[in-house]
Design a protein. Structure first.
Length: 28
C-alpha cells in the first residue's frame, strides 16, 4: 500500500497539473 508521503506527493503533482492547465486556459 502507498505511504502517506507517496499519497501527498501524488496529490501535489495533480494540483500542479490542474494549476498549469488553468493558467493555460486563462492565457488562451
Amino acid at each position: 500500500p502507498p505511504t502517506a508521503e507517496a499519497l501527498l506527493y501524488g496529490i501535489i503533482q495533480l494540483q500542479n497539473k490542474l494549476r498549469h492547465r488553468s493558467i493555460i486556459d486563462v492565457s488562451l
